[in-house]
Design a protein around this ligand. Sequence first.
Ligand code: UFG
Length: 331
Amino acid sequence: MTILVLGGAGYIGSHTVYELIDSGEDVVIADNLETGHIEAVHPKARFYKGDIRNKEFLDDLFNKEKIDSVIHFAANSLVGESVTKPLKYYENNLYGTMVLLKSMVEHDIKKIVFSSTAATYGEPENIPILENDRTEPTNPYGETKLAMEKMFKWVANAHGLRFVSLRYFNACGAHVSGEIGEAHNPESHLIPLILQVPNGQREKIAIFGDDYDTKDGTCIRDYIHVTDLAQAHILAVKYLNEGKESNIFNLGNGVGFSVKEVIETARKVTGHPIPAMISPRRAGDPAKLVASSEKAKKILGWKPKYADLEYIIASAWKWHKNHPKGYENND
Ligand code: UFG
């Protein structure tokens, strides 16, 4: 039984492939390598370079390989970029997924797990956030992910597919081996940016706003280790293999840390003073995003193993220290 991982050369995709292969699965990866990295492709996975918007490419792949289920990470995922380039997000995330679904329907592939996001909620009504809380995205990234969820619902209805949508909160950390990790260009995420300071690539970290209605005035997020996210995908495939119905799950630790707390923990882990300065708020940042993942725990049997923020940052540090330029030549 082969699992196809679309976007398996990206950050969360590559970590999921490592966990799948460790658990004995046969894995095929497809990635257009636009934001993914060939170096992140697991040597035991069969790799196809191609784009989900190319139906011929997908049809060929489904004809060649006996795919039992699909895990779909292939998407653009930068909130800020989505605001300035919305059509890029509609084309890749939404149209790309439509082409994928067409090909899956034609090839009678009935199970799919895919990446969704906390950005589907927008400004939350309640903390912790539940899956059936209001979804009102405040940017095109969240909007395309929510539209993808709805497309899956209707296509599943009509064509007998089943899906699991996983709404990630703040993915972070790196594989225990230190061989794969987060490598975005340009980088916009808090933890890798903080770690650029002890790595000598940045003088200080900017704190985007310290006048939010939170305990220390800085934004609160739910940081979840990428390997814990990866494990949830394996459980979601198992859930679909057991014949269970389509479903949506939040994935987070249920604990919020402020930007200041994250910086303080990084100081402790790296032993570097990491100077910080207060900057203006970043447009579109909600004050507080914390997940309730009780549903994933109860229904999927998911148990995050790396909830400790010090461990999360230490695992990211191990990766960034040894790969200051990500997957580029680090000599
Ligand atoms: N931040 C700073 N300084 C920086 C970078 C970030 O203070 O240099 C702050 C942000 O303002 C935010 C927090 O750190 O309060 C985390 O920011 P990230 O950019 O790391 O992550 P986001 O919470 O903005 O985004 C994450 C995911 C998105 C997802 C979104 C849901 O990366 O994919 O949560 O809202 F869409």
